[in-house]
Unconditional design. Sequence first.
Length: 92
Amino acid sequence: MNGAASVELLAFVLTVLALGLAFWRLISGPTTPDRVVAADILSVITTAALVWLAAYLNNPLYLDIALVYAALSFVGVVTIARVIEQAVAKDV
């Protein structure tokens, strides 16, 4: 195995590890903001996976998909954060 393949394998293993840890945080919580942050992390990892897939398959279409996915994910997380903020403001 050459150096580039070793680096790619290490990056893949670390990405899967990060995916597992973020998914565990999404399930275990303990609070709603923790779950929102975990969902955001999962979307970032998914975006990175789409970029990796574009490079691996040498297909730039996946870069466009990753860009749209990242933008929609950002809008979704901001929307959820605003809903949580409004819920907290009503409780006070």
